[in-house]
Design a protein around this ligand. Structure first.
Ligand code: PLP
Length: 389
């Protein structure tokens, strides 16, 4: 039995998405910019996808710009807004310390080009305080970027309160909603944001497709130059089959958001409780309540997370040490570090993230296997110095 509990890294395609991607790859090959039948067929397929994404976000289809995924959407949001606002004398950017690398490294790149940047601290459960944002705001702040849900711990930020503060100072608010879209309701009007990033492969859509939602009237400088695609906002011939897949994934999510959140949440809670009960020296990282329903991040005292991850993999169980980009290195998680956890605890934490195909039997399997593996690893590290074997 193989168990996949790494849905925050990526998700398998929903069957209806696979069918739609295959069908459009085969049958809808026109260039969506072409005037003839083949082009119009591709454009119509994209229009359907745009409407589905807009419906999921309570947005207008004209506000949805397709991108190659979450990373490009984050880049476009920050670089596009920064460039558009620079001429007005705004030269300061703010993000939380626990953002994905797509945001953090974009800020670093802009800092090298003369932008001032501020990283907001988080509390012990990984939440950004509106008061901290108020203190960090300056007269020349162009944009505040705070993720909706964190990829490593699942914590949900008070985005509406943060957006209100950004707006009081005439700045834009961007939220990276890559880990919340498709898991919890995401309503751009209720959140009060100006820019929102999403990525299809995090909610059973294909890789290489995503979108940036841009509130109507927001001034943005395109980051790719070329043709007039996406109303002059993102040049380049569109990947129609992937966009179609994104649309189907969005449509499916909108239809079963609350039932699926309840089902996956119950599985996650049973997994979490089972692990805490079965394995001593364990603790959950992150906010217990303000969390997406599919994620739990657990510390295992006196166990090196990479070793446990490999031991689980040998048993056919796939989990993560946090962000996929930083696994393979022993770098402590920047998220757990920002929460003030000890160095040891930042290196002994595993992320379990569930989703569409997760089952009770998989939860049972993980709870059954973990105590033995943890005990074995603890035994190895506790061998007295000089012991053989
Ligand atoms: C919070 C967050 N933002 C952005 C990304 C990047 O998205 P993509 O893989 O579509 O480029 C990810 C993916 O791990 C993520 O978790």
């Amino acid at each position: 039995m193989r168990v996949y509990f790494d849905y925050n890294a990526t998700t398998p395609l929903a069957p209806a998405v696979t069918d739609a991607v295959v069908q459009s790859t085969r049958d809808v090959f026109g260039n969506a910019s072409s005037i003839h039948h083949f082009g119009q067929q591709a454009k119509a397929a994209m229009d359907d996808a745009r409407s589905a994404v807009a419906t999921l976000l309570n947005a207008d289809p004209s506000e949805v710009v397709f991108t190659s995924g979450g990373t490009e959407a984050d880049n476009f949001a920050i670089r596009g807004a920064a460039e558009a606002l620079e001429a007005g004398g705004r030269k300061h950017l703010i993000a939380s310390a626990i953002e994905h690398e797509a945001v953090l490294n974009t800020l670093k790149a802009l800092a090298r080009r003369g932008w001032r940047t501020t990283l907001l601290p988080v509390d012990a459960s990984g939440i950004v305080s509106p008061d901290r944002l108020r203190e960090a705001m300056a007269a020349d702040t162009a944009l505040v970027s705070v993720m909706h849900a964190n990829n490593e711990i699942g914590t949900i930020q008070p985005i509406a309160a943060l957006a209100a503060i950004a707006h009081e100072h005439g700045a834009l608010l961007h939220t990276d909603a890559v880990q919340s879209v498709g898991k919890i309701p995401v309503d751009v009007r209720a959140l009060g944001v100006d820019l929102l990033s999403l990525s299809a492969h995090k909610f059973n859509g294909p890789k290489g497709a995503g979108a940036l939602w841009i509130k109507r009237g927001t001034r943005m400088q395109p980051i790719t130059t070329g043709g007039k695609h996406e109303r002059n906002r993102r040049a380049g011939t569109e990947n129609v089959p992937a966009i179609v897949g994104l649309g189907v994934a969005a449509h499916l999510s909108a239809g079963k958001l609350s039932s699926e959140a309840a089902r996956v949440g119950a599985l996650r809670d049973r997994l979490e409780a089972g692990i805490l009960r079965a394995v001593s020296g364990t603790a959950v990282n992150g906010a217990p309540d303000a969390r997406v329903p599919n994620t739990t991040n657990i510390s295992f005292e006196r166990v090196e997370a990479e070793s446990l991850l490999i031991a689980l993999d040998l048993e056919g169980i796939a989990v993560s040490t946090g962000s996929a980009c930083s696994s393979g290195t022993l770098e402590p998680s920047h998220v757990l570090r920002a929460m003030g956890l000890s160095t040891h605890r930042t290196q002994n934490s595993l992320r379990f993230s569930l989703g569409m195909f997760s089952t009770d039997a998989e939860v049972d399997r993980v709870v059954e296997v973990l105590p033995r593996l943890v005990e074995k690893l603890r035994g190895l590290t506790q061998k007295p110095v000089g012991a053989r074997g």
